[in-house]
Every structure is written in structure tokens, then in C-alpha cells.
Design a protein. Structure first.
Length: 227
């Protein structure tokens, strides 16, 4: 167990993810303020039009057609996530999957599913507070995820880039640098793609080591002991 390496990778990946999380939180807060302002303006304009309509033709209010409301299920829609969300998710797939971070319809067993409910993305002050709690849970799981990945390397190659954990960290840091700049944030998709492929590499190595360990244990049990 290399705990120093685990702490180093955990710290680097947390420092890389926090700026993107804060950027997305700031966008959410700005959107909430603008929406509230637009809603207030629209309500005042609607009230003024309704008052003018009633003053001009009182009978028209009684004969007005009833409004029809159309409901839809957000879980059935195709959602386009921002590049900042993709960078954090691909760089930290285990942590993001357990928290359901930024998913429109998180599963019930995830942290977002328990705090927000499945399919709930209401832009209210209470929902925003719950989102901040999910962000905190994500940061904690990023530390745990990368400490385990770093402390227990699956291979010890001569070159640093031949080890999946370090390669993923390097790609994530490069992607974050591009994602923080709005003018060139689309370039972040390339290192994110490389990081995603490296995660498949890491999971493949993990599966191979587990299978080999299980085979050796089974072979040891089946081998007869010499008297």
C-alpha cells in the first residue's frame, strides 16, 4: 500500500474538480436569479394585461377558454450536458455514479436520488441547497476513490504514462484547464475521451488481477497436499 501516492492523486483530482463544480454552482445561482426576475416581470405584465382586458370587456373574462397544461417526463428526454459536467464525470466515474451528480433522473439509491428524489430538478432554494450537499458528497467520494486507486496501483511500469491512474489524472488536469476557458472549452473533449479509455484500461486490469487471484486460490485448494 502506497498511501503517499494515494494522497497525492486524491489531492490533485480534488483540486482539479472543485473549480468546475464551483463554476457550475455559480451558473445555477445566476440562472435562478435571472429566472426569478423574469418571472416577476412576466407576472406584472400579465396582471396588467388581465386588468386592461377586464376593464375593456368584462364579459370576455367569463367566456375565456380554459388553459390546458401539458406535462412531460424529463427522464424521457435527451439531455445535453455541458463539457464541465463531462470532465468531472469521466474523470471520476465511481464517485459520480454513487452520488448521481448532475443527473436529471438519478437513481433512488444514489445521494442525489435520496436528497432530491428521482427525476426532480426543481430550481428552488431548497433544491439548490440539496445540490450543494450532493457536491460535498461528490468531493468526499473523489478523495476516497483516488486514494484507493493511487494507494493500490495495478501495475508498476517504467514510464509514468503507462500506469492508468497517473494517465487518467494527467488527462483530467489538461481537460480542466480547457474547460475553465469558455472560448476553448470544447477542446476538453479530447483529453476527456482519453481519460475514459484509460478508465476502461484500469477496469480491465482490475478484472484480470481478480480473476488471476481467484484462479490461483482455487488451484491451491484443488492441488493435493503431498504427505
Amino acid at each position: 500500500m502506497n498511501w503517499r501516492r494515494g494522497l497525492l492523486l486524491a489531492g490533485i483530482n480534488l483540486v482539479a474538480a472543485v473549480p468546475l463544480i464551483l463554476m457550475l454552482d455559480a451558473r445555477d445561482a445566476q440562472y435562478l436569479r435571472e429566472r426569478d426576475e423574469n418571472t416577476a416581470i412576466a407576472a406584472r405584465e400579465s396582471a396588467a394585461r388581465e386588468a386592461a382586458r377586464e376593464a375593456k370587456s368584462p364579459a370576455s373574462a367569463e367566456t375565456a377558454e380554459e388553459e390546458q397544461t401539458v406535462s412531460f417526463n424529463p427522464c424521457e428526454l435527451w439531455v445535453h450536458y455541458t463539457v464541465q459536467v463531462d470532465v468531472v464525470r469521466v474523470g471520476n466515474p465511481l464517485a459520480s455514479a454513487l452520488t448521481g451528480w448532475r443527473f436529471v433522473c438519478p437513481d433512488k439509491w444514489t445521494l442525489a436520488g435520496m436528497l432530491l428524489g428521482p427525476g426532480e430538478r426543481a430550481w428552488t432554494a431548497a433544491a439548490m441547497s440539496a445540490h450543494r450537499q450532493v457536491d460535498a458528497g461528490l468531493c468526499l467520494l473523489i478523495l476516497v476513490q483516488w486514494f484507493l486507486v493511487g494507494a493500490f496501483p495495478l501495475r508498476k511500469p517504467i514510464r509514468w504514462w503507462a500506469e492508468p491512474g497517473i494517465f487518467i489524472t494527467a488527462c483530467t488536469v489538461v481537460a480542466v484547464c480547457f474547460a475553465l476557458i469558455p472560448a476553448v472549452d470544447g477542446v476538453a473533449h479530447l483529453p476527456v475521451l482519453l481519460a475514459g479509455c484509460a478508465w476502461f484500461w484500469w477496469f480491465g486490469l482490475l478484472a484480470w488481477k481478480l480473476l488471476r487471484f481467484g484462479w490461483r486460490r482455487a488451484a491451491g485448494w484443488l492441488t493435493p497436499v503431498k504427505p
